[in-house]
Design a protein around this ligand. Structure first.
Ligand SMILES: NC(=O)c1ccc[n+]([C@@H]2O[C@H](COP(=O)([O-])OP(=O)(O)OC[C@H]3O[C@@H](n4cnc5c(N)ncnc54)[C@H](OP(=O)(O)O)[C@@H]3O)[C@@H](O)[C@H]2O)c1
Length: 256
């Protein structure tokens, strides 16, 4: 799909790469020759996919686990990035989830803080900490995962989650301007409804089918539909004049 040496020798950090969209993004970066630090929240139950096992044996893929709801989890990931990479060329802030559906009147302080810490504060903390390594790159790029719900507001019970994604989209636009003098581009990928564990947890089959019918391309998305957008935005060869943008990947679910 992309040239196998598009990211040859480059150092890439992908958060939330334990499964779903992040794992597929990490797979494509590895296919294109990058060294990749894959972060996941928890160690997976089963074995690793073959491509990952092979890249670990080649010392091109590295795994780190850290719960972003804890200071320790974030510190562990940053320490590992620091020890592996003097320079980071690409940072993909992708870890996140809805956590639950919380009706506005019943939302507890704890639920609110959990959703904000995971989807918003951790992005700021990881980005801030890795800026020195990103500044050492001559073609630094940050790509943040947001969501279609940042624009639409999402569905019932996802107000705070949707608002955190809007925060990250706006934060990314501000950073794009601020970091341009350092040669660092900042963009977002905004997935629509993508079939990952995310929807296994937060959407019923009936809700997903109703969504599918409403999508102009008449199907839900997959991690494979999303991942190329990240590589496009991370590559200065492919998108060197693009910064501060949000790329919607949703089969036409949102056209505006
Ligand atoms: N699927 C969709 O329709 C959709 C739509 C719009 C936006 N998004 C966004 O896309 C991103 C990836 O989602 P996905 O669909 O690929 O979901 P997923 O399959 O559930 O993957 C989520 C990733 O985030 C990690 N994560 C979750 N909680 C964490 C925590 N407390 N600390 C650290 N890491 C944590 C997970 O780690 P573990 O594997 O270890 O649990 C996993 O690697 C998220 O930011 C999500 O909000 C998804």
């Amino acid at each position: 799909m992309f040239h196998p040496s598009l990211f040859k020798g480059m150092n890439v950090v992908v958060t939330g790469a334990g499964r779903g969209i992040g794992l597929e993004v990490a797979r494509l970066f590895l296919d294109c020759g990058a060294h990749v630090l894959l972060h996941a929240g928890r160690a997976p139950q089963g074995g690793k996919p073959d491509f990952l096992q092979a890249a670990i044996e080649e010392a091109r893929a590295h795994l780190v686990y850290g719960d972003f709801l804890t200071d320790q989890g974030i510190a562990d990931v940053l320490r590992r990035a620091d020890s592996l990479f003097e320079q980071v060329d690409v940072l993909i802030n992708n870890a996140g989830t809805m956590v639950g559906r919380f009706p506005a009147g019943e939302l507890t302080d704890d639920q609110y803080e959990t959703v904000v810490q995971l989807n918003q504060t951790s992005v700021v903390e990881i980005t801030r900490a890795l800026l020195p390594q990103l500044r050492r790159s001559t073609q630094g790029a940050i790509v943040n995962t947001v969501s279609i719900s940042a624009i639409t507001g999402g569905s019932t019970g996802s107000a705070i989650y949707s608002a955190t994604k809007a925060f990250v989209a706006t934060y990314s636009k501000a950073l794009a301007r601020e970091l341009a003098p350092d040669g660092i581009r900042v963009n977002c990928v905004s997935p629509g409804t993508i079939t990952t564990d995310f929807h296994e947890r937060y959407s019923t089959p009936e809700k997903l089918e109703a969504t599918r019918k409403s999508i102009p391309l008449q199907r839900l998305g997959t991690p494979e539909d999303c991942a190329p957008a990240y590589l496009f935005l991370a590559s200065s060869v492919l998108s060197g004049y693009i910064t501060g943008q949000v790329l919607e990947v949703n089969g036409g679910q949102l056209i505006c």
